[in-house]
Write a protein that binds this ligand. Structure first.
Ligand SMILES: Cc1ncc(COP(=O)(O)O)c(C=O)c1O
Length: 368
């Protein structure tokens, strides 16, 4: 019988949750709120819906392969960045079937068996999975003060290190490393190591100390900046994200990119989403309001701790003796799905006011 490669066997497959409708049916509850995957509770801009409807008015177009280079979306991205004073060209942008795919493409491009990549722990789980899938060695460095220990990560660099992943802000903690920390790190880092700056939650960041990773791209450093339309733009189901990097980096990644990796509807939707700045502002405002509400309610609970967030989710440490598994099981019966992210830690997505209230009410019941 055929066997997988030995390093593939080491990977724990992702276990998807049940569809919400199934959970509701099984538990006999009317309404279940999913606050487990950092999705946008407001959904995408109405302009996205219009653009998709418009596309579907000529259904024969569904029979055509997508525009493989993502020409129009890249144009829209160049325009959006130009508004912020950054000149980009199409060959400095790579589109992915979610930023997740871009992590995989970058790893396949630069990591071979025995090569090393450094990442934080806990951080986005896909980094280590992807590295392992190529026979590479993921070296995980524990967070320090709940942030990436950039100094500690530098100490792990060897002559086999190819990539360093930085999730900024970090999933699952919602914390970020600031400008100064990042500048010190970049100064000390050997120039031939690729920094993958994963900025999936970029649009939600409010801190003025957030590093401008594009500066390092403009200086010609080995950096790949990843952003996504899955979070603040509300397009998680369509799977589309983008990377910005030097032309040679994009060119090398394009060598192995599946030619039609992003679908037509996703490209059209992302283009429309980018152009609706008013909707994006609404999304951020809603998140800020939800954050304030959750902070104020969590502050009333004496025996838990939570981390202030730069994202659309909050990392909560449960009281001693309470497990995240128990919390998950209790909360789901109350109609709220959260994500256990450690033995005593849960991550909750900031939702609509009624979702946040449902979480707080169920969470208080659990803690009693
Ligand atoms: C830190 C981080 N990076 C990347 C992703 C992947 O996003 P997508 O593939 O939907 O663009 C996520 C999704 O949760 C994330 O949290």
């Amino acid at each position: 019988m055929i066997k997988p490669l030995p390093y593939i066997e080491k990977i724990q497959p992702y276990i998807p949750g049940k569809p919400i409708k199934e959970v509701e049916r099984e538990l006999g509850i009317k309404r279940c709120y999913k606050l487990a995957s950092n999705e946008n509770p407001l959904g995408p801009s109405p302009r996205v819906v219009e653009a998709i409807k418009d596309f579907l008015s000529t259904p024969e177009e569904l029979a055509r392969y997508p525009e493989g280079s993502g020409y129009y979306l890249k144009d829209a991205l160049c325009e959006a960045f130009e508004k912020r004073g950054i000149k980009l060209t199409h060959d400095e942008i790579i589109l992915g079937n979610g930023s997740n795919e871009l992590i995989d493409i970058a790893v396949k491009t630069y990591i071979g068996p025995g090569d090393e990549a450094i990442m934080a722990k806990p951080s986005f789980i896909v980094y280590s999975m992807s590295v392992t899938s190529q026979g590479g060695i993921p070296k995980e460095v524990s967070l320090k003060d709940w942030k990436h220990d950039l100094e500690g990560m530098l100490k792990e660099v060897t002559d086999r290190t190819k990539i360093i992943f930085i999730s900024n802000p970090n999933n699952p903690t919602g914390t970020m490393n600031d400008k100064t920390e990042f500048a010190t790190f970049m100064e000390a880092l050997p120039e031939n190591i690729l920094v993958i700056m994963d900025e999936a939650y970029y649009e939600y960041v409010t801190s003025s100390e957030y590093p401008n990773s594009l500066d390092y791209f403009l200086k010609g450093r080995d950096i790949l900046i990843l952003r996504t339309f899955s979070k603040a733009y509300g397009l998680a189901s369509l799977r589309i994200g983008y990377g910005i990097g030097r032309k040679d980096i994009v060119k090398d990644m394009n060598r192995i990119r599946e030619p039609f990796n992003t679908n037509t509807i996703a490209q059209i939707a992302a283009e429309a989403a980018l152009k609706d700045e008013i909707h994006l502002k609404k999304v951020i405002e809603l998140n800020e309001q939800g954050k304030k509400y959750l902070y104020s309610e969590l502050n009333k609970i004496s025996n838990i701790a939570y981390l202030p967030t730069e994202t659309n989710f909050i990392y909560i440490k449960l009281p001693q003796g309470k497990s995240s598994k128990d919390a998950f099981e209790f909360l789901i019966k109350e109609g709220v799905i959260v994500r256990p992210v450690g033995p005593e830690e849960i991550r909750v997505t900031i939702g609509l006011p009624e979702e946040n209230e449902a979480f707080i009410s169920a969470f208080n019941k659990f803690l009693k």
